[in-house]
Design a protein around this ligand. Structure first.
Ligand SMILES: NC(=O)c1ccc[n+]([C@@H]2O[C@H](COP(=O)([O-])OP(=O)(O)OC[C@H]3O[C@@H](n4cnc5c(N)ncnc54)[C@H](OP(=O)(O)O)[C@@H]3O)[C@@H](O)[C@H]2O)c1
Length: 301
């Protein structure tokens, strides 16, 4: 039987990966894939229209206001996208009998733990992004404890992301348009997650019948942003580029960052869902059509 999917935030990193994978899955069909500006899922009327006459088995909410510093400056906009929208989608799903998959973040935690965070550890967000994402989780779970809520961390995929920014800086130095070492934060710890692995993992959790709260990130060793930058540069012929380790406090950021963002994914692993080592994922991403380098190659061709 074919499973009918709705994807919100379809042009984001995760939404794009989900649409791509579902298009290649024989027994799945995306019946609606929406994003801003056409469909604002924080607008009750837009959500009502989206569900009108729609027959969907699963709705995956990959829409979110993910720019952490802007969320700090624009808490109302963050609240609409990250807290109001998931609640509206949950209510609509409950009304029509669709399953909802909602995605959340490591930023719901304070970031001061000494071991990976488990699903039942108490959240204590320190930023507007984290607080609004937690409110979104709560809004979904208030409608149904059976809806799947998956927290992830440090996502990279198509478009704007940390790796694209690092490669852009490296290329500028190669072309002589910028000088000096790169400076990258080395006091935040987490696990990078390729959007493709996250999309595959979400679909595998669904397939396994998972409901409730799960953690799902890349696997392998605990990383800092410095480690991620170094790995990316070493994979792309920039081994000689110096990357200076700096502290988060040296950056003038609007939102606080958790120093410890590592999520314990053993609950998902018990269902057989184990994303690969983040270092392998970075290498494959850099060779994939989503890589910023693929864009370079196309522009250079
Ligand atoms: N990126 C990370 O490092 C990270 C880490 C942990 C958790 N997560 C979570 O993972 C999920 C996917 O993240 P991602 O990196 O794929 O995000 P993303 O690339 O920023 O994509 C989110 C998409 O949602 C759209 N959107 C925002 N508000 C909307 C609204 N009101 N109605 C409809 N669409 C809206 C965005 O449009 P605009 O671009 O026009 O705003 C964007 O296309 C999110 O729930 C996020 O909180 C992400």
């Amino acid at each position: 039987m074919t499973t009918r999917f709705v994807i919100t935030g379809c042009r984001g990193q995760l939404g794009h990966a989900l649409c791509r994978q579902l298009a290649a899955t024989a027994d799945a069909r995306v019946v609606a894939a929406v994003d801003l500006p056409e469909v604002d899922v924080a607008e009750p009327e837009a959500v009502r229209r989206l569900f009108e006459g729609l027959e969907a088995d699963v709705v995956v909410n990959a829409a979110a206001y993910t720019h952490v510093d802007r969320c700090e400056r624009e808490p109302e906009a963050a609240h609409r996208a990250n807290a109001v929208a998931p609640g509206l989608l949950a209510e609509a799903c409950a009304r029509v009998g669709s399953r909802l998959v909602h995605v959340s973040t490591d930023y719901v935690f304070a970031g001061d733990a000494e071991r990976p965070y488990r699903e039942d550890d108490p959240p204590d967000p320190r930023s507007s992004y984290g607080r609004t994402k937690l409110a979104g989780e709560e809004a979904v779970r208030a409608v149904s404890e059976e809806f799947l809520v998956v927290r992830t961390s440090w996502v990279f995929g198509r478009g704007r992301n940390f790796l694209a920014a690092i490669l852009d800086q490296a290329e500028k130095r190669r072309r002589g348009e910028a000088q000096g070492p790169l400076r990258v934060v080395a006091d935040q710890h987490g696990r990078p997650t390729w959007a493709e692995d996250l999309a595959g993992g979400l679909l595998a959790l669904l397939e396994a019948g998972a409901g409730g709260l799960y953690h799902l990130t890349g696997g392998g060793d605990v990383a800092t942003w410095w480690d991620l930058a170094r790995q990316c540069l070493d994979e792309t012929g920039h081994e000689d580029l110096v990357v200076e380790r700096i502290a988060t406090s040296e950056l003038d950021l609007d939102a606080p960052r958790p120093a410890w963002s590592v999520l314990d994914c053993s609950k998902a692993e018990a269902l057989g869902v184990r994303p690969r080592d983040w270092r392998e994922a970075v290498a494959e991403y850099l060779r994939s059509p989503e890589s910023p380098l693929a864009g370079e190659a196309r522009r250079g061709a």
